[in-house]
Design a protein around this ligand. Structure first.
Ligand SMILES: [Zn+2]
Ligand SMILES: [Zn+2]
Length: 449
């Protein structure tokens, strides 16, 4: 049967619409079982169950919890594009929906990504769209996008269970993206000016810090002079890091922020172990590296002042995101078809704020990272909720699925052409070498025995 590209798109959209309740309920179920990065066991099992139910084979255990579908094979050979959904939630202790034991909650809307990934898959499968496509589609549920729980992840690295910290970084390293040529992921947004669907923008690069100050315990009242106070060393370091701010240039978009994860064990004992988890972000990796030197000096200054020791672990963080303009333009047209021209926004390249490991992937292959409305409150905040699942999940599922039809339509082969013209910043090997070079583990001793 011969049908036109636009007819096929209508069929795909109709199939997604038909399954909307199932797709939305799946997204809600994921939200009710939130887990953080590399601990997404229940979530991972739910992906397997839903893949089984749509007869989609998969492989599991990609970077611990990742699930990758077998490709939905096109009618002839061509590039493979992945629709990605991130498995992980966040920790927001006072969020009303937070898991009472772990405080995990989907306060970044990643449950909606898994829903829109599923929706795009259902649309393509149920319409048998692949019979008209030159190329393949993979659904890929990936772990650990949020850079949190640094100590836990460093332990995974030290135990040899991980090489890199973020899910996509690790998936690149272990070869799970080797048979994928391009990728897309739709993220929920709470920003009302983003309207229903938006494209474009970039993100910051960063380096992740895990820091331990080592002092000496002693009776805090009886013999404080016999101890070395690791908390005071950390205090000086935190102040020194803050005092660096006047040296940051506005245009470099530097962000330095962190938390104290262990501050002592008993008020009547001089704290001997104090732990910090920190993050340094900037517009480029060179900027991040420069600021990182100032942060390392500040950490050492705290330890030196108090005569403590300090271990500084630096972990390669995300790279800035470069979205593929050609695919963004195709997505824009499809998004406008679904929600209307007035409800789609294009962001300039200088928009930035957070970071994502889609940035890492974008440095080695063409990717897009569109956003969908329907969320309210502050991202990562205790008032973040999905207010309109149709907007957050169904609209982007339709926009991604129809974009894939444009990219792989047999008479045009657009994705093949985009890939042939795309110049990646790094090869996979160069990327891995760069990230390895950004890993550090220093121990500075100022404590007298
Ligand atoms: Zn987030
Ligand atoms: Zn997110």
């Amino acid at each position: 049967m011969n049908i036109s590209k636009e007819e096929l798109k209508s069929k795909v959209v109709a199939e997604i619409e038909k399954s909307k309740e199932r797709i939305i309920n799946f997204s809600k179920d994921i939200a009710e079982n939130a887990e953080t990065g590399y601990r997404e066991v229940k979530t991972s099992n739910k992906i397997k169950e839903i893949f089984d139910s749509i007869n989609l084979k998969y492989t599991d255990g990609h970077a611990i919890t990742g699930i990758k579908s077998e490709p939905i094979i096109g009618k002839s050979d061509g590039p493979t594009i992945a629709v990605i959904g991130e498995l992980d939630g966040l920790i927001v202790k006072d969020h009303p929906l937070a898991d009472p034991k772990t405080n995990a909650v989907h306060a970044c809307g990643h449950n909606c990504q898994l829903g829109s990934m599923l929706g795009a898959g259902i649309g393509l499968l149920n319409s048998k769209a692949n019979e008209y496509l030159n190329g393949n589609v993979v659904l890929f549920a990936v772990p650990a996008e949020e850079t949190i729980e640094n100590e836990f992840r460093i332990n995974l690295i030290d135990d040899g269970k991980l090489g890199f910290m973020s899910g996509k970084q690790e998936l690149i390293r272990i070869g799970s993206f080797d048979d994928i040529d391009s990728a897309m992921l739709s993220h929920a947004t709470t920003n009302a000016t983003d309207k229903d669907l938006s494209i474009g923008g970039t993100s910051l690069g960063h380096v992740v810090k895990y820091v331990e100050f080592h002092g000496r315990a002693s009776h805090a009242a009886g013999a404080p002079y016999a101890g070395v106070n690791a908390l005071k060393a950390a205090n000086i370091a935190m102040m020194a890091m803050d005092l660096q701010r006047e040296s940051f240039k506005d245009e470099d978009k530097v962000r330095v922020h962190g938390i104290l994860t262990e501050g002592g064990t008993a008020t009547n004992s001089i704290p001997s172990i104090v732990k910090l988890e920190w993050r340094i972000r900037g517009r480029t990796i060179d900027i991040v590296n420069e600021v990182n030197k100032k942060i390392d000096r500040s950490l050492k200054a705290g330890a030196m002042a108090m005569g403590a020791n300090v271990r500084i672990r630096s972990i390669a963080g995300n790279l800035p995101m470069l979205q593929n303009k050609d695919i963004n333009n195709i997505y824009f047209v499809n998004a406008a078809n679904i929600v209307g021209n007035n409800n789609v926004v294009i962001h300039p390249d200088d928009t930035s704020g957070g970071s994502t490991d889609m940035g890492d992937l974008s440095q080695i292959m063409p990717v897009i990272h569109p956003r969908s409305g329907g969320a309210i409150g502050a991202g990562h905040g205790n008032d973040y909720f999905i207010d309109d699942y149709y907007k957050s999940v169904i609209n982007p599922a339709k926009a991604m699925a129809t974009t894939i039809i444009d990219l792989l339509w047999h008479e045009e082969n657009k994705l093949k052409q985009i890939i042939s013209e795309h110049v990646p910043v790094y090869t996979k090997k160069e990327y891995i070498d760069l990230q390895k070079s950004r890993m550090g583990n220093e121990f500075h001793e100022y404590m007298k025995s």
